[in-house]
Design a protein around this ligand. Structure first.
Ligand SMILES: O=P(O)(O)OC[C@H]1O[C@H](O)[C@H](O)[C@@H](O)[C@@H]1O
Length: 566
């Protein structure tokens, strides 16, 4: 039994350790509060692996915590046998501060265990790493990125041999290995025998991207006219993004120059997050018909379009997904390529509209928990059972996957499809917004929103747990004047119908999510984020038309915030 170290034990160890200059200075100047936050835990493994502030401490991203986690992966692989080690690990990273350094440390730790290492040269997108894993037949993958977080953060995503983010079981095993590594300052590293990759994988990945195009004639018709602005937000996706659009036949791509070069300080944006409209400020100057933005590791995409009034409008992740599902299935039906056993996969806090659209084409829908790894799991299951053709996967948090040659969300695929979709509406003399209205008229109006409240630090964690417990214990019967019909408590994995009292088991794994289905078909859900110290609140309001749905959304938002204050 290893005795757990106290915060003070850990601080003492770091005090005498041989730290690089930057970390040493930070340590020396840190306040007591800061030190406590930096040492109260080892960096958490959440929805998307390990993510945290750069800096000194066990609760921070630095060369020591990165080496420790990689050593844990290596020990885990030793236990899997010679084949796993021979197949090896592919390592990539985005443009963030220290991404290159952490890639190097990871590579060198693995090499001491004689594990094959494929190291991407320079910044590359996350979906490309996912693709590379199956392309290289590697055993695992490491992606150094903190996705869309501010520049102060970095992170470490672990991938399995199927190209998906590591599911909870192996992730837990690696965390256990990590806990057993008590001296994190003397983890061995060797620099020899690292295989460099990059241009070769770009080429193979871009070849696959060609399969995204459904209607090449449409692109031939509009490719020289449709204007598209594209920003990688200082991240890793610029080069591949431009190449993907070019090869598909879009010749009017206006690159947002100020944000094109990889730069981990993200000089033009505070949060390089395409969920936020602010990131499009510079794009707007380019005056394009559609605006595409991808986050620094190019797994998420945001979209804006110029409305008939000449101003820009921004879509939510749910709206983008509805448009995409509608376009894919419509275009495939026309081309005669719609599969008979097609299926889409969505998370339990995402919109139901894509499901309604899919069902109108006799395409099935599957629900999973938040975390794209669960969508990837479904793809693997479809492959094994040969029972469904994967047609689309998405999460409301701006993550989309069109073709399963990647097993994670892929913004390079998404910008390619989105451009074709814009051409489809242009061909019909419509904007993307008109396209959405057409969908609402057919399937019903939905207004959705995801909001997050910050609960930082150790105290924040406790407060967030308390909010969830309070909701569970209080058991509201209505939100404002709208009755709750069904309560889904995913922690207990029980769904209860409040009108009949009947209960059903939820087949999803346990997770801290509560979802209230209201009698008018709207729903609200609460869950602590698994990547950031935030409580996420999701609202999906239904109405006769968009005005009614929006009104309902405002009403529910207001009522819910009152409930949260109680
Ligand atoms: O809501 P969270 O737990 O913070 O997760 C938000 C998102 O984080 C990462 O990007 C994961 O890859 C996604 O699958 C997930 O949806």
């Amino acid at each position: 039994m290893i005795k757990e170290k106290t915060i003070q034990d850990k601080i003492k160890e770091w005090e005498v350790a041989d730290l690089p200059e930057g970390l040493r200075l930070e340590f020396a100047n840190a306040s007591q509060d800061k030190l406590e936050d930096a040492f109260y835990q080892d960096l958490n493994f959440g929805t998307a692996g390990m993510r945290g502030l750069l800096g000194v401490g066990t609760n921070r991203m630095n060369i020591f915590t990165v080496a420790q986690t990689t050593e844990a992966l290596a020990r885990h692989m030793e236990k899997q046998g010679a084949d796993a080690k021979k197949r090896g690990v592919a390592i990539s990273g985005d443009s963030r501060i220290n991404s290159e350094l952490f890639k190097k440390v990871s590579a060198e730790v693995l090499r001491t265990h004689d594990i094959t290492v494929y190291l991407f040269n320079g910044p590359h997108p996350t979906p490309e790493l996912s693709f590379a894993l199956r392309y290289l037949h590697a055993y695992a993958g490491i992606m150094i990125t903190a996705s869309h977080n501010a520049k102060e953060y970095n992170g470490y995503k672990l991938y399995g041999e199927d190209g998906g983010q590591l599911p909870p079981k192996p992730a837990d095993e690696i965390v256990e290995e990590r806990n057993a590594i008590t001296d994190i300052f003397h983890i061995k590293q060797v620099a020899s025998g690292i295989k460099k990759i990059g241009a070769d994988i770009d080429k193979a990945y871009l070849e696959q991207i060609k399969t995204i195009t459904i209607n090449p004639d449409l692109i031939k018709k509009w490719g020289d006219q449709l204007t598209i602005s594209f920003t990688p937000l200082h991240g890793a996706g610029g080069d591949l993004g431009v190449k993907a659009l070019k090869q598909a036949g879009f010749n009017k791509v206006l690159v947002v120059k100020e944000q094109f070069a990889p730069d981990g300080t993200f000089p033009t944006v505070k949060y390089p997050n395409p969920e936020f409209h602010e990131v499009f400020k510079l794009s707007e100057n380019y005056g394009a018909e559609i605006e595409l933005a991808v986050d620094p590791d190019s797994d998420r995409m945001g979209v804006g379009y110029k409305g008939s009034d000449g101003s820009y409008h921004y879509l939510t992740g749910n709206q983008i997904a509805a448009l995409m599902v509608n376009y894919i299935l419509t275009a495939q039906e026309k081309a005669g390529t719609l599969p008979a056993n097609g299926a889409i996969v969505t998370s339990n806090v995402s919109s139901n509209l894509p499901e309604l659209i899919a069902k109108s084409f006799k395409i099935k829908q599957f629900t999973v928990l938040t975390g794209f790894k669960y969508i990837a799991d479904k793809i693997v299951e479809f492959d094994e059972k040969q029972n469904h053709t994967f047609e689309f996967g998405f999460e409301e948090s701006y993550g989309f996957l069109i073709k399963p040659f990647v097993h994670d969300k892929d913004a390079i695929q998404a910008i390619t499809l989105m451009s074709e979709l814009a051409a489809y509406y242009k061909d019909r003399d419509m904007t993307i917004g008109d396209g959405l209205d057409e969908i609402y008229a057919k399937f019903g109006a939905f207004a959705e929103q995801s909001k997050a409240t910050e609960f930082p630090g150790e105290k924040g964690q406790e407060e967030m747990t308390a909010v969830m417990t309070k909701f569970r214990n209080r058991g509201p019967k209505e939100i404002g004047n709208i009755k709750i019909k069904i309560v889904e408590d995913n922690d207990l994995r029980i769904s209860k119908d409040l009108t009949t009292g009947a209960t059903k088991n939820i087949s999803l794994p346990a997770a801290n999510v509560i979802k209230y289905w209201l009698e008018d078909g709207s729903w609200v859900a609460l869950r602590p984020s698994g990547t950031e110290p935030k409580l996420k609140i999701y609202i999906a309001a239904k109405g006769q038309d968009m005005q009614a749905a929006n009104q309902q959304l405002t009403y529910l938002e207001d009522q819910l915030s009152q409930l949260l204050k109680k």
